[in-house]
Design a protein around this ligand. Structure first.
Ligand code: CO8
Length: 259
């Protein structure tokens, strides 16, 4: 499928999805949220891709939902727009592929929410992150009130959402919002390095780990443990479990076959 506001690059198991509206600092209008949804649905069925990287074209990751597009929406349209973003970001969060956000610049409002839907966030020292919605007279609307407290804790999420304060990459790392901060020129190298490190491992073990973490976070701990043990058990139906354990005992590097 061809996309107007996304640039897609694929390279041996890795797909880079670039939000491409640099004149508006990659702000998300409904066209873009719908494209993100379709893109992730398409990638979900692409067996050649195991890791997806999301980043932004130019100096911004995503500077939020598009304020010019939003300002005159009526309540029904605003709800629909909100849902289009929620659907897109749920498609990312629920993807069986591992998704890494490369925060190359502003990740504000909907941009921060997009980053939080990803599995891992790596930021350049130029990234500026926050949920400034209350300064515009609205609440976060693409999942921020739900993902932010789950990621950094209720107290910090409330502070940052109530004040609308924008933080730098170092502070984001300190509160656990981003995994790592690197100089801008090393951002993609770092992200690709992490992607390749993940790809070295047994594909289904990584996938089931994601499933166990994410599904487990939505239920009580006992049910989460059941989910984990079921997925742990499922690993034993794979070639890679046998190869992984045999290679350890034979003191050699495993050759995984992603099956
Ligand atoms: N929407 C639309 N256009 C934008 C946005 C945006 N979010 N951000 C930047 N732009 C545009 C600017 O209007 C400007 O356009 P133009 O050149 O035509 O004037 C261009 O991008 C460049 O921006 P600036 O000149 O402002 O660049 P600066 O480097 O001076 O400033 C900032 C960069 C600090 C990022 C500044 O642009 C800014 O504050 N942007 C808005 C950030 C923001 O408030 N984001 C949150 C938006 S609300 C949101 O995300 C809600 C999500 C849930 C929606 C649910 C729907 C129901």
């Amino acid at each position: 499928m061809k996309y107007k506001n996304l640039i897609i690059e694929t390279n041996d198991k890795i797909c880079i999805v670039k939000i491409n509206r640099p004149k508006a600092l990659n702000a998300l209008n409904v066209e873009t949220t719908v494209e993100i949804y379709h893109c992730f649905k398409e990638l979900e069925n692409d067996d050649n891709i195991d890791v997806i990287i999301i980043t932004g074209e130019g100096k911004s990751f995503v500077a939020g939902a598009d304020i010019s597009y939003m300002k005159n929406l009526n309540a029904v349209e605003a709800k629909e727009f909100g849902l289009s973003g929620i659907n897109a970001f749920n498609a990312i969060e629920n993807s069986k592929k591992i998704v890494i956000a490369a925060l190359n610049g502003f990740a504000l409002g909907g941009g921060c929410e997009l980053a939080m839907a990803c599995d891992i966030r790596i930021a350049s020292t130029k990234a500026k992150i926050g949920q400034p919605e209350v300064t515009l007279g609205i609440t976060p609307g693409f999942g921020g009130t739900q993902r932010f407290p789950r990621l950094v804790g209720v107290a910090k999420a409330k502070e940052l959402i109530y004040t609308g304060k924008i933080i730098d990459a170092q502070e984001a790392e300190r509160i656990g919002l981003v995994n790592k901060v690197v100089e801008p020129e090393f951002l993609m190298e770092e992200v690709l390095g992490m992607a390749n490190k993940i790809l070295e491992n047994a594909k289904f073990a990584v996938r089931y780990s994601k499933e166990a973490i994410d599904k487990g976070l939505q239920v009580d701990k006992t049910t989460g443990m059941y989910i984990e043990s079921s997925l742990f058990g499922l690993c034993f139906s794979t070639y890679d479990q046998k190869e992984g354990m045999l290679s350890f005992l034979e003191k050699r590097k495993a050759t995984f076959k992603s099956k």
